[in-house]
Design a binder for this molecule. Structure first.
Ligand SMILES: [Zn+2]
Length: 164
């Protein structure tokens, strides 16, 4: 982001509120790019006793992850996560419970992770190319972002956590 979205003047590194931020060079405009983390909902989808991990079209061959997405205006995180599971896997959320909230600094996101018990027949939308349904005891979480939620969920079920 190099120009002010409000007045089109250049942005410059400026000390605002105790941190260096990109702010409008026109002091009268006063725009500040706060760059606050954006909330993202993530689903540990449990379907027929297995956890469904999906591979996004743009991801490398062996990378599978949780269903995630941004919230719509006016939507609760719980509604949002159920909507994402329906959109991406065509499964209906039967029960949702919060696993935890996790900062993900690399993407400047805040992950709100849910366990979603889901029913129906899996059908992937165009964002996804493949999925794996894995029994919980065989899951290998990754050590960042949504993987930390998966690890907490496994611990909560009394399972040993073996990171990838
Ligand atoms: Zn401006």
């Amino acid at each position: 982001m190099r120009f002010c979205p409000r007045c089109a003047a250049p942005l410059a590194q400026t000390e605002v509120g105790g941190a260096s931020r990109m702010a409008c060079a026109d002091v009268a405009c006063g725009y500040v790019h706060w760059d606050n983390p954006i909330p993202v909902v993530a689903a540990i989808v449990e379907h027929e006793g297995r956890v469904v991990l999906a591979r996004n079209r743009s991801w490398p061959e062996n990378m599978y992850g949780l269903v995630t997405g941004f919230l719509e205006r006016g939507e609760s995180p719980q509604q949002g996560v159920a909507r994402e599971v329906k959109e991406e896997l065509d499964l209906d959320a039967v029960a949702t419970s919060l696993v935890g909230v996790y900062p993900f600094e690399r993407k400047n996101e805040l992950i709100i992770a849910y366990h979603v018990e889901a029913a129906g027949a899996i059908s992937l939308n165009e964002e996804l190319v493949d999925y794996r349904a894995i029994v919980p005891a065989r899951l290998r979480p990754w050590k960042f972002g949504t993987g930390l939620a998966l690890a907490d969920w496994l611990r909560g079920r009394g399972l040993e956590v073996n990171f990838l």
